[in-house]
Ligand binder design. Sequence first.
Ligand SMILES: N[C@@H](CCC(=O)N[C@@H](CS)C(=O)NCC(=O)O)C(=O)O
Length: 203
Amino acid sequence: MKLYVTVSSPYARMVRIVVREKGLERRVEICAAQTRLPNSPYYAINPSGRVPYLVRDDGVGLEESTLICAYLDHLDGNPVFDLPVGDTAWEARRLEALARSMLDGLAVWGRERARPANERSPTILEHEANRGARMADLWEAEIAHPMMRGRLNLAQITLACALGFDARIPDLRWRPGHPKLREWFDLISARPSFAATAPPGLA
Ligand SMILES: N[C@@H](CCC(=O)N[C@@H](CS)C(=O)NCC(=O)O)C(=O)O
């Protein structure tokens, strides 16, 4: 199988973490995609131009980080990232949605920052910076939740990929004033699958 990624994409990082957590490094070839480029050859592979994108052994392509994570998790018939059964599933989904909200906002912020300076919208930059600050406050309160401490799950992976995106957004200063979140992040970042997939800083 081929997994198309960019090294900076936090969504692709989620899948790269799952590849390592599931020991699939030999089955999944990581391929660099050229995104956001006019006429990129990547568009012939994935017309949407987005990453992550998994081309399965049968040639069928899958988009969306959560779908790809679930597909890879189920390959061995022993999924470890499925939702828990019963009422706790709602808590798991609630936390995952909150982490996704933070990640989606930061992705918009990062994309706006990456535009040429004269094309950036100060309104969007400010809106996303404020959202990021509110979400960091929210997560400082939520991070003690047992599901954020227990066995690795998609809420944890999503939140860690969101917070780690500060490597690409220097103005995202979520650490000051959030000691519990900082401690949680430093711990999860030391896990080999997270350490090996950390996004490069800006040049
Ligand atoms: N909801 C998608 C988001 C994927 C996404 O936004 N990927 C960005 C990189 S972070 C991308 O491919 N951007 C290229 C483009 O928009 O052309 C997922 O979870 O996989």
